[in-house]
Design a protein around this ligand. Structure first.
Ligand code: FMN
Length: 318
């Protein structure tokens, strides 16, 4: 059965790529040495089993052109053994690549990887497996048994950011925030939740290598416009706002009648029947919003569905 190897949905990608296309000996003998004199930091990504790490790590480090090694494994247990195998063979910084596919087991694996000699993390890998079906034919358009498809790009950034924030909260270690960075603002957001450096794959795949220069320029403009000298100045800026739910004060609401189009969505869609409106004429001061406080669960759906932004939060940025 033939299914597409990748499918692009608004900067989200599904891929069925399988590891390296080159023999590792060629990579070490030709590709890595060709990077000699490169202006940036070169991170060599290796995996995916401890046995492979034992074979590849030494020769990769011996090329002398690599600044750090990233370890990638399929399971939470092998990542630890892989990191240990690599640490026994090099003093280079090691990044343990983490995947949300391990669920909350990701965090104990991260801790064990640090103890096994990792210096920091890359978070996260693509998410999956995923599946999408053409309902006319029943054929998979994305994924399938024996042809697993993994999701990357825009759709996974909120997941990646939650993982990065949790890692930043738990561990004092560098994190390469990776997953769904498509534009400069995404880079800012990923840094604000605790990323030390940023990783990208989908954006340059979809937009071409010019993406780097364009996004760098746009990011510099954003930083200048907001009075920041460097992206690093924003690292972790959002973490102090990430309260546990029980510590969060209830939402308050503000209503601007002159903006209200009287669509009544706030009333109709409220699952708790906690909203009522008085008055009929749109965009007039006759309109009054009534909140039945004993019914309201402060979910904020009424604000989220208000397109003209007549209803806003009093104590929470939209
Ligand atoms: C086509 C493709 C191939 C990938 N291959 C690998 C791989 O071989 N090893 C790996 O660790 N991650 C691999 N990834 C995952 C990326 O490194 C990255 O963690 C993930 O795509 C999330 O970042 P992004 O949203 O910027 O793409 C691959 C991703 C894509 C889209």
């Amino acid at each position: 059965m033939v299914v597409p190897r990748s499918s692009n949905l608004r900067a989200t990608l599904f891929n069925t790529e399988k590891w390296a296309d080159l023999p590792w000996e060629q990579w070490v003998a030709q590709e890595l040495p060709a990077m000699k004199g490169h202006p940036g930091m070169l991170i060599a990504s290796i995996g995916h089993t401890p046995a492979e790490g034992e074979i590849i790590a030494g020769p990769v480090a011996a090329t002398g052109v690599v600044d750090a090694i990233e370890c990638v494994a399929y399971t939470k247990d092998t990542i630890v053994a892989l990191v240990r195998a690599v640490r026994e063979r090099t003093d280079l910084p090691i990044l343990a690549k983490l995947t949300f596919n391990w669920g909350d087991d990701l965090y104990p694996a991260a801790e064990a990887a640090l103890k096994a000699g990792a210096t920091g993390f890359t978070a996260i890998d693509s998410i999956g497996p995923t599946l999408q079906i053409d309902i006319e034919t029943g054929q998979p358009t994305i994924g399938g048994v024996g042809n697993k498809a993994w999701m990357s790009g825009a759709a996974i950034r909120p997941v990646a950011q939650a993982v990065v924030a949790e890692l930043a909260h738990r561990f004092d270690a560098p994190i390469v925030g990776t997953g769904g960075i498509i534009q400069a603002e995404d880079a800012v957001e990923m840094t604000m939740v605790g990323a030390t450096a940023l990783g990208v794959c989908t954006a340059p795949l979809l937009r071409g290598l010019e993406w780097f220069e364009r996004t760098h320029k746009s990011l510099s403009g954003w930083l200048d416009g907001h009075g920041y000298a460097a992206l690093a100045d924003l690292r972790g800026a959002a973490l102090k706002h990430l309260h546990p739910v029980e510590d969060t004060a209830p939402l308050t609401f503000e209503f601007e009648p002159l903006k209200c189009t009287k669509c009544d969505l706030c009333v109709v869609l409220c699952p708790y029947d906690a909203r009522e409106m008085e008055g009929d004429k749109p965009k007039t001061s006759d309109l009054k919003q009534i909140l039945l406080e004993d019914r309201c669960r402060y979910c904020g759906l009424c604000v989220e569905v208000c397109k003209p932004e007549a209803l806003t939060y009093g104590n929470w940025p939209r």
